[in-house]
Design a protein around this ligand. Structure first.
Ligand SMILES: Nc1ncnc2c1ncn2[C@@H]1O[C@H](COP(=O)(O)OP(=O)(O)OP(=O)(O)O)[C@@H](O)[C@H]1O
Length: 252
């Protein structure tokens, strides 16, 4: 059995005649957090749409959770879950009702127990019976994540999960994501917040001009740049410095 949750080889995608992905290669290990970074319009959402079967690739070989995506998209859909950039929850229903609806749609057995466990896990027990219209942005995002992982998917896609959240709520969200990984879920993340990738990701890939420029752990990426000296203290490069350096080199 492969230890990979995702394997992408020579992925290509054009919109009309405009190429966006020009031979993308990367891998995501099972049980890890993978962060895909790239500037606006680099093609991150396009990759997520392809991996979640919402869009077809033009070329390439893609495996998701050990299944060939092109030949068995239905089997892939059963193993994954996607949280979008817009919080996908119904404002009129309560938190509990939203979760129950998802449990019903996914045909989960023992729905009541599953919903209660989920409310507890995402710290929403007290708010469970309130309409979502009364929730804060952070609470809605927690509920959105709770709905995403209901039914224990193997792999979860989080497209910019902390957009619009204040720093405190973002920290709480990072804890929730770490908890998901502890529970054995693989997390595929896109983010504009490089600190988020630095804090959470086991492996980071930088997408630029249609290709992955680098993929590795934070330590491997740090090795790309020589450490800077600040007075007598060695300063490690931040992910932001690495990102700007590798994308600028490419543009030269
Ligand atoms: N349906 C479409 N038709 C034509 N062009 C598209 C379509 N969807 C995306 N594009 C273009 O493809 C490129 C990649 O878009 P994509 O949304 O994947 O980027 P992204 O990295 O997710 O960007 P952002 O960080 O801004 O969300 C952009 O230039 C975008 O304009």
């Amino acid at each position: 059995m492969s230890n990979l949750a995702v394997s992408v080889r020579e992925l290509e995608k054009s919109y009309k005649n405009v190429p966006v992905l020009k031979g993308v290669n990367f891998e995501v290990k099972k049980g890890s957090v993978f962060a895909l970074l790239g500037s606006n319009g680099a093609g991150k959402t396009t990759i997520i749409k392809i991996l979640t079967t919402l869009l077809q690739a033009d070329r390439g070989v893609i495996e998701v959770c050990g299944t060939n995506l092109q030949t068995n998209p239905g089997q892939v859909r059963e193993k994954i879950s996607l949280t979008g950039q817009n919080v996908a929850v119904d404002d009129i229903l309560t938190g509990r009702e939203n979760l129950d609806l998802v449990a019903k749609l996914r045909h989960l057995p023992d729905r009541k127990k599953v919903v209660e466990e989920s409310l507890r896990r995402f710290d929403l027990q007290e708010a469970g019976d309130r309409a979502l219209a009364t929730y804060s942005g952070g609470m809605k995002r927690r509920l959105d994540l709770a709905m995403t992982v209901l039914g224990s998917p193997e792999l979860v896609f989080l497209d910019e999960p902390s957009v619009g959240l204040d720093p405190e709520v973002r920290l709480a969200l990072w804890d929730v994501i770490r908890g998901m990984v502890k529970a054995g879920i693989t997390v595929f993340l896109t983010t504009q917040y490089l600190e988020e990738a630095e804090q959470l990701a086991d492996s980071i890939a930088i997408l630029h001009e249609g290709k992955i420029l680098v993929q590795g752990t934070m330590d491997e990426l740090k090795a790309i740049l020589p450490p800077k000296k600040v007075e007598y203290v060695e300063k490690q490069p931040t992910l932001e410095e690495i990102f700007l350096t590798v994308t600028a080199k490419k543009g030269e």
